[in-house]
Design a protein around this ligand. Structure first.
Ligand code: KG4
Ligand code: ZN
Length: 335
């Protein structure tokens, strides 16, 4: 079954064709990240405008690269929630038009479920159940993936998402957007023990909190300014990266040990972080559990993951009518 997936919840306009939820035939992305960098973060209206400009060409390219005409597509899957609503609506409306014109079913896909499905593209034998940390720019969850379409949230951030913390710290350090890769790059030449950053206290065994950590970085910068001292950007970036990845890895490994999970996974934009990947690799090895990481090209927003999850939503009978709307918020465990 060929599914055309569409993703437009943030600053990536992406279209992909995936066969049977696992085999990527094409995956195209047009991003407004470089333009958003001028403003230090995503400006929702700019994202919406860039989506509407590039979505038709991106879809055409995805079909061309898959070597398929629109008539060969069996269904259209679209990321309908959660996200920047103006951006989401561009993808939803385009998907509705395409499904209507081609006379094909329309499949609504939750964006975070899509991030989890990126793992199926990377590991052909991976099947639920497994335990997964989903860490993106807007969300940080530890979820039990009970089946392809049934999720149980064990823990979440009580304030900022992990990616958001990277983005805000990057801005504080003058490193640009998106913050994750920029902070990581700067951290490479830094000493992670140079600055003692706090471990935030948080209620809930599997919950995390990053707002205090972000403020601690800001305080280091402001205090240095007041004293007329220089901050070492590589050292502060490395100290922050080490602290946040340590918290993320520790929480996932704690949940894994408590639930006797045989397989743990990582997903979302922050899953591209090398430090986090290697900390989890070491931790999983110690616990004797299997760790599955998404390929780097499927960590950040893409449409192949939406088409992959779309396949499993289709099999579960989760289709949308012509009245499908986009949603800014929706929990991953919605029914
Ligand atoms: O999943 P994603 O592409 O979009 C959302 O659904 O939000 O995640 C984007 C987030 C951004 O906050 C970005 O800074 C972060 O993922 N990110 C990283 C890395 N690459 C992207 N964070 C840490 N390390 C990275 N290498
Ligand atoms: Zn995302």
């Amino acid at each position: 079954m060929y599914i055309l997936g569409i993703e437009s919840t943030c600053d990536e306009t992406a279209v992909a064709v995936v066969e049977d939820g696992r085999k990527v035939l094409s995956s195209t992305i047009a991003s407004s990240a470089a333009e958003q960098n001028l403003y230090g973060g995503v400006v929702p209206e700019i994202a919406s405008r860039r989506h509407i400009e590039s979505i038709s060409a991106t879809a055409r390219l995805a079909l061309e690269q898959a070597g398929l005409p629109l008539s060969a597509i069996d269904a259209v899957a679209v990321s309908f929630a959660p996200g920047l609503i103006g951006a989401v609506l561009v993808g939803v409306n385009f998907a509705k038009g395409l499904a209507y014109a081609a006379g094909k079913p329309l499949i609504p896909v939750h964006h975070l479920r899509g991030h989890v499905a990126a793992l199926y593209l990377t590991h052909p034998a991976l099947e639920p159940p497994f335990l997964c940390m989903v860490a993106s720019g807007g969300h940080s969850h530890i979820v039990q993936v009970e089946s392809y379409t049934r999720f149980r949230v064990l823990g979440r951030t009580v304030d900022d998402a992990a990616g958001e913390a990277f983005d805000k710290v990057s801005r504080t350090l003058g490193l640009g957007y998106p913050g994750g890769p920029a902070v990581s790059r700067a951290a490479q030449s830094g000493d992670p023990r140079a600055y003692k950053l706090p471990v935030p206290h948080v209620d809930g065994r599997y919950n995390v909190s990053f707002s205090g950590l972000k403020t601690a970085v800001l305080n280091v910068v402001n205090q240095a300014k007041m004293k007329g001292e220089e901050v070492s950007v590589p050292d502060l970036a490395a100290s922050f990266e080490w602290r946040i990845t340590d918290i993320l890895a520790e929480k996932l490994l704690l949940a894994a040990a408590d639930t006797h999970a045989p397989v743990i996974c990582l997903a979302g934009g922050v899953a591209a972080n090398r430090q986090l990947r290697s900390q989890l690799e070491a931790g999983a090895k110690k616990l004797g559990i299997r760790l599955q990481l998404p390929a780097l090209q499927y960590c950040g927003d893409n449409a192949a993951m939406i088409a992959a999850q779309g396949y499993y939503e289709y099999l579960a009978g989760n289709l949308a009518g012509p009245d499908l709307n986009g949603l800014a918020t929706l929990p991953i465990d919605y029914q």
